[in-house]
Design a protein around this ligand. Structure first.
Ligand code: BTN
Length: 324
């Protein structure tokens, strides 16, 4: 274990610990402790320093832990898990899986931090150290990529279901797959495909969930964002949330493989926050106004424009609600 991890472990209870106490405990100098703690600022770890009491992590700390995650998983989901890899720092968990020559269904990778977290539409996914969830999983589909148009919507439904099991309610889906609370973004999905349009293909499904967003990170996000700690006002354990995410995802993916989007549409409709609201559709330089009226069987957004209903692909347009 690195000194950084040892110190974070010592401070994980969210209580004050003095530099001397940690130096004695870890058998290093106080300067070594101080230098490591100074580097926490770069990691956007919220730390309070007190001249007498020492150091305290404002939100405590819980490392991602393979055994705790597996303990929270159902036997059915565990049966689909082919690998669970937990990394400390990586550019992007999606990239990490994509760079492997072969990928199996149910391969999962998590990281404490991403240095180049990727969002949809070429955006950055701000990924500070140890406070949120950055998860990627791979799935092989016998059908071609053209059949997987609605996959990200199905994944959105499973994320909401997982968060519900953690006691988080009133979440919604903003088409195609932003998980929102009060129209603020809580979680996002990025699916990257490789393989054939018509033949077998592999999907890397990346999920980012804001558990605690340090203030420094919030400033870097262009959209209005929210985190679970703000919604619940409680200390949530990332390992429990990851377990529930995998419980849902690893069942939803084979379900999607067998039945496509149709199985998920009724639930998706329940979570649709745009339904019956006025929206702006951005298509290249064009901006169209209309009323969102749901999705079609392929997961395209249906919009009423001049008394006609038109379907839009998620790859072609971006949507804003007029009222929020
Ligand atoms: C979005 O823009 O809404 C999609 C965000 C997806 C972020 C996740 S975090 C884990 C995985 N690795 C990445 O680089 N991106 C996805």
């Amino acid at each position: 274990m690195t000194l950084r991890k040892h110190i974070l472990n010592n401070l994980s209870d969210g209580e004050f610990h003095s530099g001397q106490e940690m130096a004695d405990d870890l058998q290093v100098t106080r300067t070594a402790i101080w230098k490591t703690i100074k580097s926490f600022a770069e990691l956007e770890i919220d730390l309070e320093t007190h001249p007498k009491k020492g150091y305290r992590l404002l939100h405590g700390f819980d490392f991602l832990d393979e055994s705790k995650i597996k303990l929270g998983m159902s036997p059915q989901a565990l049966a689909h898990l082919s690998q669970l890899e937990i990394l400390d720092t990586i550019d992007s968990t999606n990239q990490h899986l994509l760079s492997q020559k072969t990928r199996t269904s149910g391969q999962v990778c998590l990281a404490e931090q991403q240095t180049n977290g990727r969002g949809r539409r070429g955006r950055e996914w701000v990924s500070p150290y140890g406070t949120s969830i950055y998860l990627s999983t791979s799935w092989n589909f016998p059908s071609g990529a053209s059949e997987l148009a609605g996959l990200s919507l199905a994944v959105g439904v499973s994320i909401i279901n997982a968060l519900k099991k953690c006691g988080i309610n009133n979440l919604g889906l903003k088409w195609p797959n932003d998980i929102v609370y009060d129209f603020k973004k809580l979680a996002g999905i990025l699916i990257e495909m490789s393989g054939d349009v018509m033949g077998p293909c592999n999907a890397v499904i990346g999920v980012g969930v804001n558990v605690i967003l340090p203030e420094t990170a919030t400033h870097k996000i262009s959209q209005e964002a929210i985190d679970l700690s703000t919604i619940t006002n409680k200390k949530l354990l990332r390992n429990n949330i990851v377990a529930e995410l995998l419980n849902e995802l690893l069942i939803a993916l084979p379900k999607f493989q067998d039945e496509g989007l149709s199985h998920f549409i009724p639930e998706w409709n329940n979570f649709d926050v745009l339904k019956d609201g006025e929206v702006f559709i951005h298509h290249g330089d064009k901006k169209i106004e209309g009323k969102a009226v749901g999705i079609d069987p392929q997961g395209r957004l249906l919009v009423e424009l001049d008394n006609q209903v038109k379907a839009f692909n998620s790859g072609d347009v971006s949507v804003r609600s007029k009222t929020n």
